[in-house]
Design a protein. Structure first.
Length: 93
């Protein structure tokens, strides 16, 4: 398998339904260790944080009511990213 090569990608059969909380998700990002997942929701201008008990395994994700409302900064957030140490978040809208 060639990592970072989408031509070798396959569906693992794992999924996580977030439609009730994030019905208009536009982006997903992970903390480098794979234990935190961030979802951007365009309809309520909010970034939601999920905790994973097993790194990179979305079936272990739990929402502990951690979120950031970004409507003052952007009315239609699309994506986000962090600097290398996670101290700065960048948002695209």
């Amino acid at each position: 398998m060639a990592y970072w090569d989408i031509s070798t990608a396959f569906y693992s059969g794992k999924s996580l339904f977030v439609g009730d909380l994030v019905p208009n998700g536009s982006s997903i990002r992970f903390k480098p260790d794979g234990l935190i997942m961030y979802l951007v929701n365009t309809s309520d201008q909010t970034i939601y944080q999920y905790t994973l008990s097993i790194a990179w395994d979305i079936t272990t994700a739990v929402y502990f009511r951690k979120y950031l409302k970004v409507w003052k900064q952007d009315s239609f957030p699309q994506d986000l990213s962090f600097n290398l140490d996670g101290s700065i978040m960048y948002m695209l809208g």
